[in-house]
Design a protein. Structure first.
Length: 134
């Protein structure tokens, strides 16, 4: 995944979208240099959210905040995130997404990369395939 050198400053401090995850966007984007780093996160079904949390805040302890953020965005965009896109009714999908045992995937990567205005590059370390979001 690509990340800049910026660090979150806490709730309400430059946050876009009210997620509670502050970020100094202008300095992050102006200093952004693509880099690849492997970080080990717990294999607890929230690894995608922990990884994105690490990129945004340099901390892996906010997976539920990111789940809630993604769920809110999905609920507030019914035309973009229809049952055809989600594979089930929107409310059912959001309830599933908010459960700790549910894995995040391409939809959540797309939602969060757009929200934070970053490109997320997901590398399969076995096949070396790279999927880009944002």
């Amino acid at each position: 995944m690509s990340s800049g050198s910026g660090r979150g400053r806490g709730p309400g401090s430059g946050d876009k979208g009210g997620s509670g995850m502050g970020l100094c966007y202008s300095s992050l984007l102006s200093q952004a240099q693509p880099k690849l780093a492997r970080r080990i996160v717990p294999a607890d079904n929230s690894c995608l959210f922990r990884s994105i949390s690490y990129l945004i805040t340099n901390d892996t302890d906010s997976p539920s905040e990111l789940r809630q953020l993604a769920a809110g965005i999905i609920l507030s965009n019914p035309h973009r995130y229809s049952s055809v896109v989600l594979g089930k009714e929107r409310q059912e999908y959001v309830e599933w997404l908010l459960r700790d045992e549910s894995w995040g995937g391409a939809i959540e990567l797309s939602v969060l990369s757009e929200h934070y205005k970053v490109e997320l590059d997901v590398v399969d370390i076995q096949s070396q395939r790279i999927d880009r979001f944002g």
